[in-house]
Ligand binder design. Structure first.
Ligand code: M6R
Length: 614
């Protein structure tokens, strides 16, 4: 979960690399570095601890000339964040420099062998082992850099997206990937390379997604060449990039997170466009329709995902069981992949991932695939690894999500899940016409309802000030709103660093209610659903023990208003869509509390947007 960038062509490489690193900083931001080859062949490595801005300061008044270079922004796995562990790493002779996103799992064995051959190591990283190995292979076999990379990678166990440059060669970058993403941009007399397309979009819309196990020879004077580890050449499949620069900018908002919260009325429109008939009579999700029999014959559906995507999947479980009467399980991808799950050809696995690159989710997909399950993806990033590994899927189409805390992707995922459930329910005959139309029309009205929820911004900003110094929070919900409570708590934890727990409201009396006192803010989601009265009783139980209740209620609610200390009113949607509406004030509450505390909202400590390591 680091970001990598590369450039070779006729322009000065450094500014392109730095602006690319800024775009990829969401992937990691504890150190950064560049390696440039100057026109006279010098290899120049500059790196330091800190963010990309620190690297820019570090290189002020240094020579950073050259028309070829590679650059990296790091999220530490092996070795603490410091100058030495920052990438690029370079070989014993100083002739080869390499950047890496991933983990070399057998680095210990490789390192011992290299030490026996006289190599010394400066850093605590797994990556340095790979660059040394490449040099070792190159010198012992007297071969080209490409051949050395190809041969060295045969010895590597683990995940990697790497780019390598060499002293004396100002024309060529060698790049390779396995289980970590890589995109190559193809310009006129120039090439770009990055972990995703965001650093490339302003230069070209022609991209090549490198496949697992492939090595790219990127030479500014030659057509792009892609081969695998066995030297079999692949066809270079150039795709058109559907991404605009404005989508990657803050558009006047102080943080990407706030921009992305406010974008949700529009992103829901994009998500349902062409999928829900304007009169609510039909929902067409081609990836489901084309495989309807496979879904309907499944003994069960298993969702896999992590973090926010896992929370969205919990809502998907409710939707599909409720509307389609198909048994559903929801698994943390990181647990599923290692616990020898019973999974086979009778199962449909739905992989949920904003980035489409989460290592655990990808591994869960591969495991389920190997066991014969049909795999359906719900991803945001088009062409991402998970999207490509699945048998079919539906993109959520919410545009690039850059804030580390997921917001618009969550509402997009749940919206797609509602469309999946409606499509299957109608095909299976488990939903009546009236109920179908009620939910389909609810989807059509959703952008307007979310807009009303977004308009709570000023109220929540003011009210959030009361909680700047809270040390703990509890979030409660039931039914469809229980996952929304978990998601609200996760948002607060990750960006404000306040401890928060999400709980099913009725579970409180089985233990956690002991935590309640006048210092404990309790966010209770109490919309007028089928178990509203039960939730109200649970809120009474908290109130009776002195808890401070912040209630999320539907407009016009008077019952909870009389019990709660503070009320946030949201508009009414069909019960199964309410978690989409209530999530917006929870996102805003977390956002403003974090801002009040002076936190780095878009880049919270210890986190990265895309977790491409396990
Ligand atoms: O890209 P993915 O949806 O697969 O990412 C999964 C989680 O890493 C992600 O949702 C994470 O929990 C977010 N930071 C939550 O806001």
């Amino acid at each position: 979960m680091c970001g990598i960038v590369g450039y070779v062509g006729y322009r000065e490489a450094f500014p392109i690399l730095i602006s690319g690193l800024h775009r990829l900083e969401y992937r990691g931001y504890d150190s950064a570095g560049v390696a440039l080859v100057s026109d006279d062949g010098r290899l120049n490595v500059q790196k330091c601890r800190g963010k990309v801005a620190d690297l820019e300061n570090f290189t002020v008044s240094k020579d950073v000339s050259g028309h070829i270079g590679i650059a990296h922004t790091r999220w530490a796995t092996h070795g603490e964040p410091n100058d030495v562990n920052a990438h690029p790493h370079y070989s014993e002779s100083g002739n080869i420099a390499l950047i890496h996103n991933g983990i070399i799992e057998n680095y210990g064995v490789l390192k011992d062998a290299l030490i026996e051959n006289g190599y010394t190591f400066k850093s605590g990283t797994d990556t340095e082992v790979l660059v040394q190995l490449i040099e070792y292979v190159k010198t012992t076999n007297n071969c080209s850099l490409f051949e050395a990379v190809q041969s060295a990678l045969k010895q590597v166990v683990g995940a990697y997206a790497i780019a390598v440059v060499e002293k004396g060669n100002c024309d060529e970058i060698i790049a390779a990937r396995k289980s970590s993403p890589m995109v190559i941009g193809v310009g006129e007399g120039e090439y770009f390379l990055a972990s995703d397309a965001t650093p490339i979009v302003e230069y070209t819309d022609r991209v090549v997604y490198v496949n697992d196990g492939e090595i790219a020879v990127i030479n500014r004077n030659k057509p792009l060449k892609i081969v695998n580890l066995d030297n079999i050449e692949s066809r270079v499949d150039i795709k058109k990039l559907e991404l605009s620069i404005s989508q990657l900018e803050k558009g006047g908002y102080p943080h990407f997170m706030l921009k992305e919260i406010h974008e949700q009325p529009k992103t829901i429109v994009d998500c349902i466009r062409g999928r829900v008939a304007a009169d609510g009579s039909n929902v067409v999700l081609s990836g489901v329709m084309a495989n309807c029999e496979r879904f309907l014959q499944a003994k069960r559906i298993v969702f896999v995902g992590c973090g926010t995507s896992w929370h969205a999947a919990l809502i998907g479980e409710h939707l599909i069981e409720d509307l389609c009467r198909i048994p559903v399980e929801v698994e943390y991808a990181s647990e599923f992949r290692y616990r020898n799950p019973v999974i086979g050809p009778d199962d449909v696995v739905i992989a949920v991932s904003q980035s489409g690159e989460t290592a655990d989710t990808l591994a869960a997909v591969e495991l389920a695939k190997k066991n014969g399950a049909f795999i359906f993806g719900i991803c945001n990033v088009v062409g991402s690894s998970i999207a490509r590994a699945t048998d079919s899927g539906a993109y959520i189409h919410v545009g690039p999500e850059i804030g580390v805390a997921s917001t618009k992707a969550f509402t997009g995922q749940v919206t797609v899940m509602a469309m999946v459930a409606l499509t299957l329910a109608r095909a299976k005959g488990t939903i009546g016409e009236e109920h179908f139309r009620e939910i389909a029309n609810g989807l059509l009205h959703l952008p307007a309802l979310i807009e009303q929820a977004v308009e709570l911004d000023a109220q929540i900003r003011d009210f959030s000030k009361m909680f700047t110094y809270a040390r703990n929070f509890i979030y409660l919900g039931r039914g469809y709103n229980y996952p929304a409570a978990l998601e609200g708590a996760l948002k607060l934890k990750e960006i404000s660093y306040i401890h928060a727990e999400g709980y099913p409201a009725a579970e409180m009396k089985h233990g956690p209610i002991a935590l309640i006192d006048s210092e404990m803010p309790v966010v209770a989601i109490a919309t007028r659903d089928s178990i509203y009265e039960k939730t109200v009783s649970n809120i009474q139980e908290i109130k009776a023990r002195g808890g401070r209740i912040i209630a999320i209620v539907e407009q016009g609610d008077t019952v909870v208003r009389n019990i709660a200390d503070y009320c946030i009113e949201v508009p009414t949607a069909p019960e199964c869509l309410m978690p989409l509406v209530v999530s917006v004030p929870l996102q805003l509450l977390a956002y403003y509390i974090a801002v009040n505390k002076g936190r780095d909202v878009d880049q919270p400590r210890n986190l990265a947007k895309s977790v491409t390591v396990e």
